[in-house]
Design a protein around this ligand. Structure first.
Ligand SMILES: [Zn+2]
Ligand SMILES: [Zn+2]
Length: 304
């Protein structure tokens, strides 16, 4: 195999590839959240090291090609983050494609950066389910990206995996979630011996097929919806309008599972109000004590 400088750098960093890089662990708005004057977000404005991008993954395939899972409003910073970790050069293939979970703002609006105002990509494959494809084709400015050829929409089918170079595959898994604009999927990323579940948004663990328990037994790492820690997080807001299993609920739900399974669970997609964003919080200590984990922005996960 041709060894690009990027792959050489991966070896120098002793990163085994293919790999996935966590580009963000916050909910759609990122952390801090616009306009929030409470302690949660003040803290992160005073100390930018605490800030987090919206949930997204990069996949580095066996040839050093880059793929994104979700394209967030923080796309420019996330791309810069990836460039810093793994510098691109003339020989290294750039962005090869993007997989989208759904049409909520944190998951697709970064596509605007692909247009003629910014990157001006040519025919970049964007993989999405039929409802999301329809939404992008029916609405500006997204349909302009298609019309002038910046992106090429490729329709996903539930349960049918898309192959990437180096024995990698990405399979969409339909997930119950508020469907104002599109259906929602999670993705199962599979290498030869590593599997990763990316599931940022779900209304409830019930109604998932296969069941979350079975999925957990079949993957090595599961990045799971941890939007809210508890039901009391948004005073004055009807949390029934934005259903998510709370982390408290999920920890109870998974408490009967063996430790080996529980430690695969990495919560992410955290709302700015989530106390897990505070490294000193008793909630985070409790999560670790119960054998669960928190996804770390910048972490490199094996996908060989
Ligand atoms: Zn989301
Ligand atoms: Zn959503």
């Amino acid at each position: 195999m041709h060894c690009s400088p990027l792959l050489a750098r991966l070896s120098a960093l002793s990163i085994d590839y293919p790999a996935a890089v966590i580009l963000g662990t916050a909910q759609d708005a990122g952390y801090p959240s616009a306009g929030c004057q409470r302690d949660c977000c003040r803290r992160a404005r005073l100390d930018p090291a605490l800030a987090r991008h919206p949930a997204s993954l990069a996949i580095i395939d066996a040839e050093g090609g880059r793929w994104l899972v979700d394209c967030t409003p923080h796309f420019p910073q996330q791309l810069a983050m990836l460039d810093e970790l793994l510098p691109v050069d003339a020989e290294a293939p750039g962005l090869r494609g993007i997989f989208l979970t759904h049409a909520h703002i944190g998951h697709y609006t970064g596509l605007m950066q692909l247009g003629r105002e910014v990157l001006g990509t040519a025919g970049l494959p964007v993989y999405c389910m039929p409802g999301l494809r329809r939404f992008l084709l029916d609405n500006g400015p997204w349909n302009q990206l298609v019309r002038i050829g910046n992106i090429e929409l490729r329709e996903l089918k539930a349960g049918r995996a898309v192959g990437l170079p180096g024995m990698l595959s990405v399979e969409p898994l339909p997930v119950p979630h508020r469907a104002e604009y599109s259906e929602t999927v999670a993705f199962i990323l599979s290498g030869v011996s590593h599997r990763l579940l990316y599931l940022p948004d779900i209304d409830s663990w019930e109604g998932l097929d296969p069941s979350i328990d079975r999925l957990l037994s079949e993957v090595d790492i599961a990045l799971l919806d941890g939007t809210f820690f508890s039901g009391e997080e948004l005073p004055g807001r009807n949390m029934g309008e934005i259903p998510h299993p709370t982390v408290e609920h999920s920890m109870r739900r998974f408490s009967g599972l063996p430790e080996l399974i529980r430690e695969k669970i990495h919560f992410f997609h955290l709302n700015h109000t989530n106390p897990l964003l505070n490294a000193q919080s008793p909630e985070l200590a409790r999560l670790y004590k119960l054998g669960y984990r928190l996804a770390r922005q910048g972490a490199v996960l094996p996908l060989q």
